[in-house]
Design a protein around this ligand. Structure first.
Ligand SMILES: *Cc1c(COP(=O)(O)O)cnc(C)c1O
Length: 396
């Protein structure tokens, strides 16, 4: 059997390669950070990590994780409900709830699991999920695992959301689900209008704050903070793998009855280990740091404003953004790859995205700003963009 299957796989791999979609991985030999070293020996400035607050290699988190390794050991060897719950899990859950002004939190090994396990236990075929067309893959998969009726609205399109809500009036319960920040454009879900429509059409709201937690809002509490809606949506999902330390872990936080039911029925929670105690300890430290001072969020916001205004002044076409994601529009797929390759030669690591990751004719370079970027890193990136932009005729 395997000989024919092997041929079948080889054909597919060749097709992926020929379509120019083969994903190669660059190998980093240093810790993750603003400056990284690749296995080629090249040292580059990193502008493509989700390391928004620069916590991936933060001293205080490392110390907290090391201390937990010493006093809580390495692994739990169990799922949460058998014997895998550490006091550190419980503390992190309540800290996350306090941070977002919600009632309770349930941890998962990843946000992919949080989203994979949130819909199916809560909703049945009598209910409706109304989902933004650009929601993350994990939301799409989570919705697929649930028997609820599915409605899809165009990205952040409130007229379309209203139409879908009208169509969904037949169902018993309605849940609107949206990313807080959409990862390719960096645009923010219009949560004020979403909540208004939810109230008018009797629906609940789930926001995935993976790209917005730690980033968006004055104190980094995400889009619910930005719109003055903290504690006003039923559910938030998020990751510890981006701004919140960058290691691993996900969570769902919100109404206490919902979280209680998820602990009873959510399959990725029941049948898979949670994060190890050392990661929970670093998470607790991370929330403490973010509660005590706003230094990192302020730095991130300052850096993002600086970069975007310099790039705009140079004549680059930047998608409107309030997040730390800056999409430099180039439109042409080949140009986006050439531009990114030349930037790497200059020591600037960014990724060019093109169809099917973004719509046809919408190729771009996505730049992700971090609190870890020093002013000189930002100067260098802007100057390199200017140089290559002129060389390739993108700007004058
Ligand atoms: C990154 C991301 C996830 C997945 O997070 P993990 O914790 O890495 O599984 C889920 N949702 C959104 C919107 C994301 O951006």
């Amino acid at each position: 059997m395997y000989i024919s299957f092997q041929k079948h796989l080889a054909t597919q791999l060749k097709e992926i390669e020929e379509a120019g979609l083969y994903k190669k991985e660059r190998i980093i030999v240093s810790p993750q950070g603003a400056e990284i070293e690749l296995d080629t020996g090249q040292k580059v400035l990193n502008f493509c990590a989700n390391n928004y607050l620069g916590l991936s290699n933060n001293r205080q988190l490392i110390e907290a994780a090391k201390a937990a390794l010493d006093d809580h050991g390495y692994g739990m060897s169990s799922v949460r409900f058998i014997c895998g719950t550490s006091d550190l899990h419980k503390e992190l859950e309540s800290r996350i709830a306090r941070f977002f002004h919600t009632e309770d939190t349930i941890l998962y090994a990843a946000c992919f699991d949080a989203n994979g396990g949130v819909f199916e236990p809560l909703l049945t075929s009598e209910d409706a999920i109304i989902s933004d067309a650009l929601n993350h893959a994990s939301i799409i998969d989570g919705v697929r695992l649930c028997k609820a009726q599915r409605y899809r609205y165009e990205n952040a399109d409130m007229e379309d959301l209203e139409t879908q809500l009208q169509l969904a009036q037949e169902q018993r319960f309605r849940l609107i689900v949206t990313d807080g920040v959409f990862s390719m454009d960096g645009n923010i879900a219009p949560l004020d209008k979403i909540v208004e429509l939810a109230n008018r059409y009797n629906a609940m709201v789930l926001v995935d704050e993976s790209h917005s937690a730690g980033v968006v809002g004055e104190t980094g509490r995400g889009v619910t903070e930005l719109y003055g809606l903290m504690g006003k949506v039923e559910l938030i999902t998020g990751t510890l793998g981006k701004a919140f330390g960058g290691a691993i872990g996900g969570f769902t936080t919100g109404k206490k009855e919902i979280i209680e039911l998820l602990r009873q029925r959510s399959r990725p929670y029941l049948f898979s280990n949670s994060i190890p105690p050392l990661v929970a300890a670093a998470g607790i430290k991370m929330i403490s740091m973010m509660t005590e001072t706003n230094e990192l969020q302020d730095r991130l916001h300052g850096n993002a404003e600086y970069f975007i205004s310099r790039m705009t002044n140079l004549g680059f076409d930047i998608k409107p953004t309030k997040s730390a994601i800056c999409a430099v529009m180039l439109y042409d797929a080949k140009l986006s790859q050439e531009f990114a390759a030349k930037l790497l030669d200059e020591g600037i690591y960014v990724i060019g995205f093109y169809y099917p990751v973004v719509p046809k004719g919408q190729a771009r370079i996505r730049v992700q700003i971090s609190a870890a970027h020093e002013k000189e890193h930002l100067y260098k990136a802007v100057n390199s963009f200017a140089k290559i932009g002129r060389e390739l005729g993108v700007i004058k």
